[in-house]
Design a protein around this ligand. Structure first.
Ligand SMILES: C[S@@+](CC[C@H](N)C(=O)[O-])C[C@H]1O[C@@H](n2cnc3c(N)ncnc32)[C@H](O)[C@@H]1O
Length: 391
């Protein structure tokens, strides 16, 4: 059944914008904003005069927040500035593309990746509660460097309320006010306390017994506390004797690409992820355990726009995501399969692990003439796809 085109007209008293997700998919089914964005903008408006100066936005999904604030900015009070910080390359790409579509100028240096410096005196901090509580905690723990009394607004969709959220926020910021729900969202207001804000214990360390590695896993990166069981099974299937470049697509902490680098000395490995903190985790782990091997790091949408290192690969290893945000969705996996089919060297192989019920074999057969099962257990299958079909 074909779905009606998704609504792209965003309307709020602060701004009317056209907003789309990134990458721009044909038949997109997800809107580029939700009630939590409207909620935060309402609460920002309610702050009134208290909100003079440049706001800082955390975890904007596609620019609804930063672009609305920018549209409503009053240069005499806030210099027309809005700062935005988040972990997702795709969210940043959506923000930039939507800024262009709405003919708005958003200077590059107003964007800050998670470990980069934030402005020290924002007028207000607007936080969309991210899916990963660890990322939120790491962000809250950094607010202590700001002026006491700086207002902090948080909002989340009711259906995505993370367990223990209010207690965790109280742990970092102290007293807070829970606000009334609307737009199927809720929020709270707090402020930067005068007392020191507790430190969050990130990055975590994840033990990989097989290799005697203790991996750095930055806040919110996949498999925060222990190695993923699928990743453990996938590691065992990483081949030796590969003679051309290797890619670890959706690298997370880098454990799969590191295993490939260790088993294939002298072969360059490219680590790719759309999460900045995932790429930083993989970089840190490679430097710590395999500094002699050649590694490249690519922050972006899968293999698209590779800027350094090889452009084609003898082996691509992929433990794909099966969510987009909170929604279970195999579109990302399908897109990564398509990209991989175009990036293999002659004779190259895409090796994929997935839950049996996801039936990646039938999706892979659309892009590859050969798809065989090379491993697995009762829950997972490991597939090797080769001989890409012409597009
Ligand atoms: C299931 S995890 C696998 C992580 C790691 N390879 C492992 O096995 O532990 C999937 C990874 O894909 C990344 N990812 C999601 N969408 C992506 C995209 N469009 N491009 C690149 N990476 C993406 C996620 O950030 C996540 O780190």
């Amino acid at each position: 059944m074909t779905q009606p085109p998704v609504d792209t007209r965003f309307e709020h008293p602060l701004a009317r914008l056209t907003l789309r997700r990134y990458p721009r998919l044909r038949n997109e089914t997800l809107r580029a904003w939700d009630g939590a964005d409207l909620y935060l903008l309402d609460e920002y408006s309610n702050l009134g005069a208290a909100a003079s100066g440049a706001p800082l936005v955390l975890n904007d999904q596609c620019g609804a927040l930063a672009l609305s604030l920018r549209a409503a900015s009053r240069p005499e009070q806030d210099g027309g500035d809005v700062y935005s910080s988040g972990d997702s390359w795709l969210a940043r790409a959506a923000l930039q593309a939507n800024a262009r579509d709405n003919e708005m100028d958003l200077p590059d240096d107003r964007w800050r990746w998670p470990l980069e410096a934030w402005p020290e005196t924002p007028s207000v901090v607007l936080i969309r509660v991210p899916k990963q509580m660890a990322l939120l905690e790491a962000q809250l723990s950094r607010l202590g460097s700001m002026a006491p009394g700086t207002p902090v607004l948080l909002a989340w969709m009711d259906k995505h309320l993370p367990g223990g959220l209010v207690d965790r926020v109280r742990h970092y910021l102290g007293p807070l006010t829970l606000l009334r729900g609307r737009h199927k969202a809720h929020g709270l207001r707090a402020e930067v306390p005068a007392h020191p804000v507790p430190k969050a214990s990130y990055p975590t360390r994840v033990a990989v017994r097989e290799q005697d590695w203790s991996l750095t896993v930055h806040a919110g990166v996949f498999a925060q506390q222990q190695l993923d069981i699928g990743a453990r099974l996938f590691m065992a299937s990483v081949p030796r004797g590969v003679t051309g470049p290797i890619a670890d697509l959706g690298c997370g902490n880098g454990v799969i690409g590191m295993t490939a680098a260790q088993r294939n000395p002298g072969v360059p490995v490219t680590f790719c992820d759309e999460s900045w903190l995932a790429v930083e985790s993989a970089r840190d782990n490679m430097q710590r355990y395999l500094p002699e091997e050649t590694a490249h790091f690519h922050l972006g949408n899968g293999l698209s726009g590779l800027a350094e290192g090889p452009e084609r690969f003898a082996l691509i290893l992929l433990n794909p995501p099966f969510h987009r945000g909170h929604a279970v969705d195999d579109r990302v996996a399908r897109m990564l399969f398509r990209q991989a089919a175009q990036r293999l060297l002659p004779g190259g192989v895409l090796q994929v692990i997935g839950n049996r019920h996801l039936r990646y074999d039938s999706i892979l057969q659309r892009h590859f003439a050969q798809v065989r099962q090379i491993g697995g257990d009762s829950r997972f299958v490991i597939l090797a796809a080769s001989d890409p079909k012409p597009v």
